[in-house]
Design a protein around this ligand. Structure first.
Ligand SMILES: NS(=O)(=O)c1c(F)c(F)c(S(=O)(=O)CCO)c(N[C@H]2CCc3ccccc32)c1F
Ligand SMILES: [Zn+2]
Length: 261
């Protein structure tokens, strides 16, 4: 493949004990985004993001990542436009990161890893009655991916970082309200988009991926705070929550489109 042997890495990767490949999987994620192979699509619209901070509910460590969940019972926090035909409701956001700064993101750009990647998971509440049903449909989910790179301290992220000690162990949760995750999304409108899948079980091929071209900057202490989380519950032998990313998957018969020249 472009920059690594998917099959072997996937099969050997300790964390995602996923089958070697989803039987018949043709649109698995994550992938390497080869910048020069992406195709500019002038018909792609700007992505519109409208989040209501009062829909923010809690932060919890579910043993895969730490995630912030939102009240998705109404259309108060939505995205629309971009490659999407409907509007999609925000369900949760979470991150993937490495043990060291050399890797951690799920997607790569020209085979380059970022130290971490943010995913904002949305579902098509126009066509499906619940998130769980949308997870099973080809146009059910839309995930915005934002790369994190080492640089200046990120003010908006710090409110999240300050809450992490309270969710250090798996299956711990704390109330978290009045947070607007659009502060974590770069203002530059440029993105890539492709048809893919969840990168954790059930790995269903239901995701329209929208990957922002520009990363956000976070500092070393903020990345280190992610690495103080644990995969394990209180009382178990501690295992640090790091390298919670799935290996790259083959592009197969897909084109990555760009919203920019
Ligand atoms: N990288 S990703 O965007 O594919 C992705 C994750 F990487 C990830 F870790 C999670 S999770 O909720 O922490 C773990 C359960 O799958 C989800 N959660 C989604 C997937 C399935 C599911 C079911 C109920 C609630 C949330 C989710 C996810 F969509
Ligand atoms: Zn993710």
């Amino acid at each position: 493949g472009a920059c690594c042997s998917y099959r072997l890495r996937d099969a050997l990767h300790p964390l995602w004990q996923s089958p070697l490949a989803i039987p018949g999987g043709t649109r698995q994620s994550p992938i390497n985004i080869q910048w020069r192979d992406s195709v500019y699509d002038p018909f792609l619209k700007p992505l519109k993001i409208a989040y209501d901070p009062t829909t923010c509910l809690h932060i919890w460590n579910n043993g895969y990542s730490f995630l912030v969940e939102f009240d998705d019972s109404t259309d108060r926090s939505i995205i629309v436009g971009g490659p999407l035909k409907n509007q999609y409701r925000l369900k949760q956001f979470h991150f993937h990161w490495g043990a060291i700064n050399d890797w951690g993101s799920e997607h790569t750009v020209d085979c380059k890893f970022y130290p971490a990647e943010l995913h904002l998971v949305h579902w098509n509440a126009v066509e499906y009655p619940s998130f769980e049903e949308a997870v099973m449909e080809g146009n059910g989910l839309a995930v915005i991916g934002v790369f994190l790179k080492l640089g200046a301290r990120h003010k908006g992220l710090q409110t999240l970082v300050d809450a992490l000690p309270a969710v250090r162990h798996k299956d711990t949760v704390i109330e978290f309200d009045d947070f607007d995750p659009s502060c974590l999304i770069p203002s530059c409108p440029d993105y890539w988009t492709y048809a893919g899948s969840l990168t954790t079980p059930p790995l269903t091929e239901s995701v329209t991926w929208i990957i922002k071209k520009k990363p956000i900057e976070v500092d070393e202490d903020q990345l280190e705070a992610f690495r103080t989380l644990l995969f394990t519950s209180d009382g178990e032998e501690e295992r640090r929550m790091v390298d919670n990313f799935r290996p790259l998957q083959p592009l197969m018969n897909r084109t990555v489109r760009s919203s920019f020249r």
